[in-house]
Design a protein around this ligand. Structure first.
Ligand code: MN
Length: 239
């Protein structure tokens, strides 16, 4: 009786498409991280509605679409998102766009904090910024320019290059400096999303205004930690 009922339920489920009948459920290799703060924590610089949609819909969609590629690309299963970035040339455009989207946003959330709570660059990072850009002011101007001038959707980055120096780069769409398909590679320690979905509700077409305000929510404590980690790993690997 129990077996018959189960068979009947399965048949009904199959008809409505509600249950996956394969022996193994689809693997969710990648997960949407929680925001490290409330959706209104970055206000008034970035409003709660923008954060809710950006994280809960845009970022979630990148994660869902990336997980949908695991069957086609078994190498994605169990790989870290950083490992996927490093081997991007072996995947397709959908993995590039959605995998990049997942990595980029996961980083972006963690380099921001409530306005005025982000502290300052560490002594080590400040010294390196002055060495590579001349001054903190010159660095900020160059970084803002990279974001403002990125045509269409994309990102601006502060990276640690393989030689240990800092550089500012910009990438289109959801590309990033970890990908083996981009020109300027390095370890990202700071990033700004300049897609319209990141600012349009509050700033409309005024991207430069968004970038100008955005400095108030940069978490320099987190960025300094990323710099220290990247610098230590360059030293450890002898490059
Ligand atoms: Mn975005």
């Amino acid at each position: 009786m129990k077996i018959l009922l189960t068979a009947a339920l399965l048949a009904a489920s199959a008809a409505t498409g509600n249950v996956a009948l394969s022996a193994e459920p689809a693997a969710a290799s990648f997960t949407l991280p929680e925001l490290p703060y409330a959706t209104d924590a970055l206000a008034p610089v970035i409003d709660s509605e923008t954060m809710t949609i950006h994280h809960g819909r845009h970022h979630k969609t990148y994660v869902d679409n990336l997980n949908a590629k695991v069957t086609e690309f078994p190498a994605l299963k169990g790989a870290s998102i950083e490992q996927v970035m490093a081997k991007m040339s072996s995947f397709d455009t959908a993995v590039r766009n959605n995998g990049g989207g997942h990595y980029n946003h996961s980083l972006f959330w963690t380099v921001m904090t409530a306005p005025g709570k982000g502290g300052k660059p560490s002594e080590q990072l400040r010294t390196r910024i002055e060495q590579d850009f001349g001054s903190d002011e010159a660095f900020r101007k160059a970084f803002a320019d990279a974001g403002t001038k990125q045509f269409g959707s994309g990102w601006a980055w502060l990276i640690v290059k393989p030689d240990g120096g800092l550089a500012i780069t910009a990438t289109a769409n959801q590309d990033n400096p970890l990908m083996d398909v981009v020109k300027e590679r390095g370890t990202p320690i700071l990033a700004i999303d300049v897609w319209e979905h990141a600012y349009y509700l509050q700033y409309q077409n005024k991207r430069a205004d968004y970038i100008k305000r955005w400095w108030e929510v940069v978490d320099w404590n987190a960025v300094s930690k990323r710099y220290a980690d990247a610098a230590a790993s360059k030293t450890a690997s002898g490059s």
